[in-house]
Design a binder for this molecule. Structure first.
Ligand SMILES: C[S@@+](CC[C@H](N)C(=O)[O-])C[C@H]1O[C@@H](n2cnc3c(N)ncnc32)[C@H](O)[C@@H]1O
Length: 350
């Protein structure tokens, strides 16, 4: 038996019971807004089972201190000293602290998490070259992740890739500024690019993206802001605010009609098309001949219509099979903050 802390996004709360059953979870305790603490004899199912895709982030819990930090005298000092004795010999690359309930309006835990991390970093005396920001971590080296909330403190060692994010709880929270956001999908691609940073360096400025299903243009706008070139296609129009970008070519058409111009090559394909996923991935694979070797594909797998875990599982398997046949290597899959009943899949052209 080992103890684990997993995060399941609110949109999948109706599947929680089934997910925990697949994981053979025992002594389950719900913590904060989206976290579950439990024990299991089948820890491998957290990453390898039909339940895995619903687990946004996870750590093995190697230290837990159930307590109410607000009522505890000297919580920070006691907690920092304890984790130092427990984890110092395991040589974490750094230590990061997250909140079990990040949506809480109470600022107490945000401040506590920050002060606790500050003190722990002093106690551990990490070397000068230790990562300063979460994104500076080596995504394959173990970090000491700690989660904090009114239920206490829960810590464990995992690499960002193993836990599924550079940050405690997953990817960096990217807020949407309602006034200048064209659609919620803008923050989605920003988060997807941040996540992809665990697997490969960012594409250089000037890289050419082919975007399928771009309207109204939230994602397009994010790509253009990063100084990428974008060829965007949609049956529906793009937001007029995008007209000013010279790096954008927009074709108002059905993707099935699109034939890349002579000599065109792309560094990445982004597909956020709605409609049946088998059709959407077929549009992508038809165009992968025009993708440079090493090029990436970011694909939103919309699961609307699939109403059970086995249905979603077989839908994704089919999509992966089609992609693999077209020479796309599966890199990762995740559920992002702004994903609804959908997942973001990442591929690389061999
Ligand atoms: C979820 S929206 C895309 C949102 C967009 N990524 C953004 O950032 O604002 C899906 C889009 O896919 C487009 N779409 C779906 N199938 C298409 C096809 N076969 N050809 C062209 N556009 C398609 C729809 O018109 C719709 O605008």
């Amino acid at each position: 038996m080992s103890a684990h802390l997993i995060r399941i996004s609110e949109v999948f709360s109706s599947y929680t019971r089934e997910i925990l059953e697949i994981l053979a979870a025992e002594k389950v305790k719900r913590l904060g807004s989206e976290y579950y603490l439990f024990q299991t004899e089948h820890a491998e199912r957290i990453t390898n089972s039909p339940a895995a895709r619903f687990i946004r982030w996870h750590i093995p819990v190697e230290h837990s201190w159930p307590c109410n930090p607000e009522k505890m005298d000297g919580f920070i000092e006691k907690a920092a000293q304890t984790i130092y004795y427990k984890f110092e010999s395991l040589n974490p690359q750094t230590m990061l602290v997250g909140q079990l309930d990040p949506s809480s309006t109470k600022r107490y835990y945000k401040a506590l998490a920050s002060n606790f991390r500050g003190r722990a970093l002093q106690v551990f005396e990490f070397p000068e070259r230790a990562p300063k920001a979460a994104e500076d971590q080596n995504s394959s080296r173990k970090t000491l992740f700690c989660m904090l909330g009114k239920e206490g403190l829960f810590c464990g060692m995992a690499s960002p890739k193993e836990s599924n994010g550079f940050y405690p709880g997953g990817t960096k929270y990217i807020s949407q500024n309602a006034e200048d956001t064209i659609s919620r999908a803008g923050a989605k691609v920003a988060e997807a690019l941040h996540y992809l940073g665990m697997f490969r360096p960012d594409l250089p400025e000037g890289s050419h993206w082919l975007e399928l299903g771009a309207s109204p243009g939230g994602m397009t706008s994010e790509l253009l802001k990063r100084n990428y070139r974008v060829t965007a296609i949609d049956r529906a129009p793009l937001d007029a605010r995008l007209n000013a970008y010279k790096a954008l070519t927009f074709l108002r058409d059905d993707v099935s009609e699109f034939i890349p111009p002579r000599g065109a090559r792309y560094d990445a394909i982004l597909s956020d098309m709605n409609g049946p996923p088998r059709q959407a991935i077929a549009h992508v694979t038809r165009l992968t001949d025009f993708l440079n070797p090493g090029g990436i594909v970011i694909f939103t797998l919309k699961t609307t219509g699939a109403e059970s875990i086995p249905e979603i599982d077989s839908l994704e398997k089919e999509v992966l099979e089609i992609a693999e046949k077209a020479g796309l290597t599966f890199v990762a899959r995740t559920h992002l903050t702004y994903n609804r009943q959908e997942f973001t899949l990442f591929f690389e052209k061999a």
